[in-house]
Structures are given as structure tokens and as C-alpha cells.
Design a protein around this ligand. Structure first.
Ligand code: GLN
Length: 488
């Protein structure tokens, strides 16, 4: 088996020194992805030929002294809901079987412009609906720390691929926690930027008022570099933020003195929280205090409504977004249909999995005449209250610190029969999406050999502050340096 790949900085150093070529690095990433394939199920497809060709072009550029960016020649992975010209995109769904994209997402275009090499498409819950990748048509990804456990979701494949050292960096989408929760389960850093920071042109829509693209790596410093490369205004995404992208990486000075961290009272009192997770988070807060940060208690009085609000809004938007998969334009069409309505019915019945169907039904219900006011409109009103909770909290602190997930990675199969229990694992992450805030998860300890994640949330557009807190913490701790056991 090939060795795990090092960090972006380590790989760049050996590339610059001419000790290794991008073709060799990409070859190693592909070999490792294949060798770990069955064990982790992190990828839905590898771009073996395309990636090698891209790497060869990167090597040529380097030889000419025309390196495009610090990411030039670095192998990366992309969740299978961001399109790339000439490549399949499946969203881990049967309904997109056979779909090959005629265009590339802005994310992929920006990665190509930076010279990064996309080696493959990572596993996910079908249409990003889930917290464990168990809703993938290809079966779940496995947690590299314990293959009997979930890698988290919905971007579980991306998190597992980084944790297992297949690639130093990967991209995912976060609608209610799908970057931060798998990052926490797999012991890597995962960041969801502010709503609108990264263009969603070419990201398959799940819930458009919540969806945001973000990145995984083993350090906050690498995540800063990755997000700088892919953020920025894009006229093709009408929700794209017009603000310029700061040099987040350069601003990482290891200094958090002068920052006040707010601890939401409601979260530490949450019923379902594992005391071991809470203990790790408390230790992490103490470490940040030693680094000079101040700590205060804050209140998010509507926190208890977040999961319910999220599952009303997310399902409503999903039911509308997924109406386009009708067998006419994209992917799979059912055979032997009798007439148009029958074709729609069969295509959607055969093409969508149980969780996606459940959400389409829920979403259609909450939008239907007679229930709209009671559910959808009410959820939008509560969403405003949740956003105001954060605005008030950020008057007395610079960032909020919470557990990312109430527990460490759960056993595969332990939640699939109980959707509500699965939904509750999102209790600390969904609010950031409802309020449009940036959030990062950083490894902050282990419980029974499984990683624990610390979540840091900030006001809109304050990614730099969150990265500075996460980076300062990583300079003082070694959790992110630990690797899962190599398979024998
Ligand atoms: N687990 C949440 C859900 O199932 C969040 C998913 C996501 O962020 N894509 O909706």
C-alpha cells in the first residue's frame, strides 16, 4: 500500500524541490484510493486518466516556471454533487445514472485555474440528505478510525478521503452540517464559509437558501488556502457575495488575545450530549483561554427550535429543487411506461431512495395549501428569531464555541431505522445554515479512540477570525497530527 499523502505544504515543498512530480503524487493518490476502496468506500468514481493528464500539464508548467498557485499539482477530491465537464455526477442517486455533465461548476473551474488536480468524486448521502452516507446508492463510507462506524455525512467520502491520507484536501457541501459533522467524525478540519462566499454554480441544489460549498484538510492553515482559491463573487450565482476575499492564510498569526469566545448556555445543557464530548470541548476552551482568549456565557434562546425549523425549510426547498428529475432531461428514465404521467411516476419511484422520497413528501406537505402558513411560513418566522439570537450573541462575543456533534461517530446501522434520531445529530450545526454564518470544525480530542470536533461559529464574512482561532488551537495541540491506523 502506498503511504498516506502529506499536507499541502509538505507536498508543495517536494514538488518545488523536484523530488517528486505531480504525476507521481496523483498516481499515489489514485493507488491509495484503489487500495482502500472497499474498506472505506470513500469514492464513487476516480478520474484516473484525466487526473494523470492534468498532473502532466502541471509538471510542464512547473518546468517552465509557470506555477499557477500553491495548489498547482496537488491532488484533491470533490463531492459527487459538483459537476465537471465530461465527467459523471451522480449525487449518489440512481436517478442520475448515466448523466455526464456538459459543463463545469465554478468550483471546478477555480480549482483548474489554480492548477489543482481533481482525482475523483467522493461518496455522499443521496442528494446530500443525511448524516452518515448510509443513504448513498453505493452504500456507506466507513470511518478510517473504525470501519464499523459512520464517516458522517453527507460529505462523508470527502472527510474519510482526507483522514485516510488519500488526498490532502477535499471539497464538500454543507446545508445543515454536512462538512462540519463528517470533519468532526473523521478527525479533520472542515469549514463551511458564509452563505454566498463560494459560488454554487454547478453544485446540484438541495436547499438553495442553506447550501454552501466548503473544504476539508487536516489543518486550518490548509483550509484557508483552499477557500481563498475557490471563494469570490460569481455573476452566475445570484446569491454570491460581492465582497472581496481576504488573504485568510496570511492573517494566521497564532494570536487570539483580544478575542472573546461565547459559550451558548443551551448547548452544554442539551440532553443528548455525550459527557466525553463536552469534556473535550471544555479542555479546548481552556486551551484557547491560555492562548489569551476571553470566555463568556451567551444565550441562544431559540436553539431548541433549530432542528425542526431546518427540517421544514430544507425539505420544502428540496421538494421544489428535485422536481426537475422527471426522466425527461437528466439521467435515468424508466422503461415500459404507459404515457407521460406513468413515466414520471416510474422514473421517480425507481430513481429516488427512501430518504429522498421521505423528504420530497414532507416538503410537498409543508408547502401545500392549507399547511403552508402553519409550517413553512412559521418556520421562516422562527428562522428570523434564530438569526436574531446570533446577532445578539455577537454583540457580546467575537465567536461562538460549541461541540460540532453531540457525540462521536456512531455505529453504521444504528440510526437508519430511526430518521428522527439521525436528524437530531445535526442539532449544533443547522443553526449556522439557517443564519447564513461561517463555521469550522477542528479536531479537539478523542473519546474511545474516536475523534471529537470543536465547532467555532462567527458573524457573516468573518471566516478569517474563525480560521485564526482554529489555527491558534492547532499550533498548541497535536490532535490533528494523529493518523488513523493503517489497514493491515
Ligand atoms: N444532515 C443534514 C440533513 O440530512 C444536513 C445535510 C447537509 O448539510 N447536506 O439534511
Amino acid at each position: 500500500m502506498t503511504e498516506p499523502l502529506g499536507s499541502i505544504a509538505e507536498l508543495r515543498e517536494v514538488l518545488d524541490a523536484g523530488e517528486v512530480s505531480s504525476v507521481q503524487l496523483v498516481g499515489r493518490a489514485l493507488a491509495r484510493a484503489e487500495a482502500l476502496g472497499t474498506r472505506l468506500n470513500a469514492f464513487l468514481g476516480l478520474r484516473s486518466e484525466g487526473a494523470r493528464a492534468d498532473a502532466a500539464r502541471s509538471d510542464e508548467r512547473r518546468a517552465r516556471g509557470a506555477v499557477r498557485s500553491p495548489l498547482d499539482g496537488i491532488p484533491v477530491a470533490v463531492k459527487d454533487n459538483m459537476v465537471m465537464q465530461g465527467e459523471p455526477t451522480t449525487c449518489a442517486s440512481r436517478i442520475l445514472e448515466g448523466f455526464v455533465s456538459p459543463y463545469s461548476s465554478t468550483l471546478v473551474e477555480k480549482l483548474e485555474a489554480a492548477g489543482a488536480v481533481v482525482v475523483g468524486r467522493t461518496n455522499m448521502d443521496e442528494f446530500a440528505m443525511g448524516s452518515s452516507t448510509e443513504h448513498s446508492v453505493a452504500g456507506p463510507s466507513h470511518n478510517p478510525w473504525d470501519p464499523a462506524r459512520a464517516a458522517g455525512g453527507s460529505s462523508g467520502g470527502s472527510a474519510a478521503a482526507v483522514a485516510a491520507g488519500i488526498v490532502p484536501a477535499a471539497f464538500g457541501s454543507d446545508t445543515g452540517g454536512s462538512i462540519r459533522q463528517p470533519a468532526s467524525f473523521c478527525g479533520v478540519v472542515g469549514m463551511k464559509p458564509t452563505y454566498g462566499r463560494v459560488s454554487r454554480w454547478g453544485l446540484v441544489a438541495f436547499a438553495s437558501s442553506l447550501d454552501q460549498i466548503g473544504a476539508f484538510a487536516r489543518s486550518a492553515a490548509e483550509v484557508a488556502l483552499l477557500l481563498e482559491a475557490v471563494s469570490g463573487h460569481d455573476p452566475r450565482d445570484s446569491t454570491s457575495a460581492p465582497e472581496p476575499v481576504p488573504s485568510w492564510g496570511q492573517a494566521l498569526d497564532g494570536d487570539v488575545s483580544g478575542l472573546t469566545l461565547g459559550l451558548p448556555r443551551e448547548y452544554s445543557a442539551h440532553d443528548g450530549i455525550d459527557p466525553a464530548v463536552l469534556a473535550c470541548v471544555r479542555d479546548a476552551v481552556a486551551e484557547l483561554e491560555r492562548a489569551g482568549a476571553k470566555v463568556c456565557e451567551v444565550s441562544l434562546p431559540h436553539a431548541h427550535t433549530a432542528v425542526a425549523t431546518y427540517y421544514l425549510i430544507a425539505t420544502a426547498e428540496a421538494s421544489s429543487n428535485l422536481a426537475r428529475y422527471d426522466g425527461v432531461r437528466y439521467g435515468r428514465r424508466a422503461e415500459a411506461a404507459r404515457g407521460l404521467t406513468d413515466m414520471y411516476l416510474r422514473t421517480r419511484s425507481e430513481g429516488f431512495g427512501a430518504e429522498v422520497k421521505r423528504r420530497i413528501l414532507l416538503g410537498t406537505y409543508v408547502l401545500s395549501a392549507g399547511y403552508y402558513d402553519a409550517y413553512y411560513r412559521k418556520a421562516q418566522q422562527v428562522r428570523t428569531l434564530l438569526r436574531r439570537d446570533f446577532e445578539t450573541a455577537f454583540r457580546s462575543c467575537d465567536a461562538l464555541v460549541t461541540p460540532t456533534s453531540p457525540e462521536v461517530a456512531f455505529a453504521l446501522g444504528s440510526r437508519t431505522e430511526d430518521p428522527l434520531r439521525m436528524y437530531l445529530s445535526d442539532v449544533f450545526t443547522v443553526s449556522a445554515n439557517l443564519a447564513g454564518l461561517p463555521g469550522v470544525s477542528v479536531p479537539c480530542g478523542f473519546s474511545d479512540g474516536l475523534p471529537v470536533g470543536l465547532q467555532v461559529l462567527g458573524p457573516p464574512l468573518e471566516e478569517g477570525r474563525l480560521l485564526r482561532i482554529a489555527d491558534t488551537y492547532q499550533r498548541r495541540t497535536a490532535f490533528h497530527g494523529q493518523r488513523p491506523p493503517e489497514p493491515v
